[in-house]
Design a protein around this ligand. Structure first.
Ligand SMILES: *Cc1c(COP(=O)(O)O)cnc(C)c1O
Length: 396
């Protein structure tokens, strides 16, 4: 089986992939672990009467332990889902419904992923009240502001672990302590954090936590929701059926994907510390190169509380879309979410108070397990050339 070391043996592939926040390559070792479950080991993990079922169930339970181990949970607290979007939906809708007698108020942040924000909007349409807290200019949540927002009828606080645009890591353990003290539930979307930084759901007193395999070199279409057992968290299921996953999420388990998710977690557990140091070093080098060669560049979000593989940078006087178009050999994204008709600047940057012009001049770099020094050097060179050229040819 090949480790990350195999990357040196290939020529640099184009376009260079620097969009690890959108998704990550499947680690070949994860693929290897999954393959038998597409073939001979095809059983349904819920079949109790024969070896095919037992084998599948055994593999699922091993994966459950592997996910739990990395997340600071016990296996019984891991509910497999189709990904972090579904986990966020189940956490928010499931808790608001189950605890309706306690109240109908939810607290979240303006920089959350759409899987949380759109779910909150839906809950509001169904009668809930929501408080959406702004971040500080560095992207972090002010804890005093959080305390002030929690009211007698607050059921749930949902604050993400690490942001998918600016990589900023929230003070999750401090938030957990405040929520416990106030007697409200705490959910955190940890899709970008698990496998990149040390996550400990139990120690941070989270009640619910969302994970996604494809953000950590695992397969797409699988994730999990951590649901605390001590003290127990009740959830109203959002998918009813055969009663799988302790009745919280019915449907035949996607065994190959779950096995891959488990293997991805085991690899992160073994390699995360070294990988974070290596990837963080590459990111710092990319940042230093761009800052040394280009005037008018600004990093968005805290540099001290940040994912090692994230760099979100604005380039004054350059249109971000034009910059991307001039970089066909580098797979990147802008900070902006593009809708079909208009290009709106990123709502995350807007929440940080970044002006429209600068927000429109932003690139998000996402580095990860298979990113090489050579790729970073190449990307830096191409970005520097393009920014210089566009500043002369098409000044904004
Ligand atoms: C990618 C992502 C999601 C969605 O995860 P899926 O598994 O693709 O549904 C949710 N939240 C955050 C922070 C993400 O980065």
């Amino acid at each position: 089986m090949e480790g990350p070391g195999h990357r040196e043996r290939f020529l640099m592939e184009k376009p260079v992939y620097l969009d690890y926040h959108a998704t990550t390559p499947l680690d070949p070792r994860v693929l290897e672990a999954m393959l038998p479950f597409f073939g001979r080991r095809f059983g349904n993990a819920a079949s109790r009467s024969h070896r095919y079922g037992w084998e599948a169930e055994k593999a699922v339970e091993q994966a459950r332990r592997q996910v739990a181990e990395l997340a600071g949970a016990t296996a019984r607290e891991i509910v497999f889902t189709s990904g972090a979007t579904e986990s966020d939906n189940l956490a928010l809708k499931g808790a608001m419904e189950a605890y309706r007698s306690r109240g109908n108020h939810i607290v979240t942040m303006a920089t959350e992923h759409k899987a949380v924000l759109d779910t909150v909007r839906r809950l509001e349409r169904m009668g809930a009240r929501a408080t959406v807290l702004p971040p500080e200019p560095d992207g972090l949540l002010d804890l005093g502001r959080l305390r002030g927002a929690i009211q007698p009828d607050t059921v749930l606080v949902s604050v993400m672990y690490a942001n998918n645009e600016i990589g900023v890591i929230q003070p999750v353990c401090e938030i957990g302590a405040i929520c416990r003290e106030k007697g409200v539930l705490f959910h955190s979307d940890a899709a970008q954090a698990l496998g990149k930084v040390a996550v400990d759901a139990a120690a941070c007193q989270a009640d619910l936590m969302s994970f996604s395999a494809h953000k950590m070199c695992g397969p797409k279409g699988v994730g999990a929701l951590y649901v605390r057992r001590h003290p127990p968290v009740r959830l109203a299921p959002q998918i009813d059926g055969g009663g799988h996953e302790w009745g919280m999420r019915s449907g035949t388990l996607n065994v190959p994907a779950i096995v891959g998710f488990g293997e991805a977690c085991a690899l992160c557990a073994a390699e995360m510390a070294a990988e974070a140091a290596r990837v963080g070093g590459l990111r710092d080098r990319l940042k230093a190169r761009l800052e040394a060669e280009l005037p008018g560049v600004y990093v968005n979000g805290s540099m001290t509380r940040r994912l090692p593989g994230n760099l979100n940078m604005s380039f004054r006087g350059v249109d971000g879309e034009a910059l991307l178009l001039s970089l066909p050999d580098v797979a990147l994204s802008t900070g902006s979410a593009c809708t079909s008709a208009t290009v709106e600047p990123s709502f995350v940057l807007a929440a940080l108070g970044v002006g429209r012009d600068l927000a429109h001049s932003t690139l998000r770099f996402g580095l990860g397990r298979f990113t090489t020094e050579e790729e970073v050097e190449y990307a830096a060179r191409r970005v520097i050339e393009s920014v210089r050229k566009l500043r002369v040819l098409a000044p904004v």
